[in-house]
Design a protein around this ligand. Structure first.
Ligand code: GSH
Length: 219
C-alpha cells in the first residue's frame, strides 16, 4: 500500500495531469474517485477548494495539479521531469504557466460563448493565435522535439496533453482548429499519444463528446 493517496475524477483533465505524472515516474498511489456532482462530506472536509486533483502524502495534503506535479518532482526526482539547467527549468515553468494563464482561458471562452456566433469567430481566432504562439515561441525555439522542451519528456508535456486529447471535441462542436503551420505541435501530439501514461489515462472521444454535448443541451 502506497503512502500517497490521489483524489481524482475520471473525466477531469487536471487530475489526468497528475495521473500521467505518477505513471511516468512509476509512483504507486491509492486512487479515490470523488463524485463531484454529489460531493461527500469527507471530501468537503478534506479539500479546501473542493477541486480534484488532491494528494495526501504522509498525512499532509497538496492540491492544484501543477503544484502537485512539482511537489512529486521534488520528492521523487527520478526520472527527472524538469530540466537540470536553471534557465531551462525557468523556460519549462513559463510554458507550464502559459497553459493555464493564456491557453486554457481561450478554450474556456469557446464553451462560455457557444451561443454567440460573433464571439465564437473571435474565440476561434484567439485559440489559433495561442496555438501559433506555442508553435513559434515555444516548441520551435525550445528544441527540435519530439517533446515540448526537446528530446526529453517534461512536466510541460503533461500540462497540455489532457486538453489536446479533448481538442477534437472543440473542433467538432465549436469549430476550433489547429492551424496548418503548427507542424511541430502536431508531431508533438502524435508523440504524446504513444506514451504509456496517455494509454493508461485516455478516455475515448465518444466519452468526451458526450460530456461536452451536455453543455449545449443545458444551454
Ligand atoms: N486549477 C485546478 C483546477 C482543478 C479543477 O477545476 N478541477 C475540477 C474538475 S475538472 C473540479 O474539481 N471541480 C469541482 C468544483 O469546482 O467544485 C488544478 O489545476 O488542479
Amino acid at each position: 500500500m502506497s503512502d500517497i493517496e490521489l483524489f481524482s475524477f475520471e473525466a477531469c483533465p487536471f487530475a489526468q495531469r497528475t495521473r500521467m505524472m505518477m505513471i511516468e515516474k512509476g509512483i504507486e498511489c491509492s486512487l479515490t474517485e470523488v463524485d463531484l456532482y454529489n460531493k461527500p462530506d469527507w471530501w468537503k472536509e478534506l479539500s479546501p477548494h473542493g477541486k480534484v486533483p488532491l494528494i495526501r502524502h504522509n498525512g499532509e495534503i497538496v492540491y492544484e495539479s501543477r503544484i502537485i506535479n512539482e511537489y512529486l518532482e521534488d520528492v521523487f526526482p527520478e526520472p527527472p521531469l524538469l530540466p537540470a539547467d536553471p534557465l531551462r527549468r525557468a523556460m519549462a515553468r513559463i510554458w507550464i504557466d502559459y497553459c493555464d494563464t493564456y491557453f486554457l482561458p481561450a478554450l474556456h471562452k469557446l464553451i462560455a460563448d457557444r451561443q454567440d456566433k460573433e464571439k465564437q469567430k473571435e474565440n476561434r481566432t484567439l485559440i489559433a493565435e495561442k496555438l501559433l504562439f506555442i508553435e513559434n515561441e515555444g516548441l520551435r525555439k525550445l528544441g527540435d522535439g519530439p517533446y515540448f522542451m526537446g528530446r526529453e519528456l517534461t512536466l510541460v508535456d503533461l500540462q497540455y496533453m489532457p486538453f489536446i486529447e479533448r481538442f477534437p471535441c472543440y473542433e467538432e462542436l465549436w469549430g476550433a482548429s489547429i492551424p496548418e503551420e503548427c507542424t511541430r505541435f502536431r508531431d508533438w501530439f502524435e508523440t504524446m499519444q504513444a506514451r504509456e501514461s496517455h494509454h493508461k489515462t485516455v478516455n475515448t472521444l465518444e466519452f468526451h463528446m458526450q460530456r461536452y454535448s451536455k453543455y449545449d443541451k443545458a444551454a
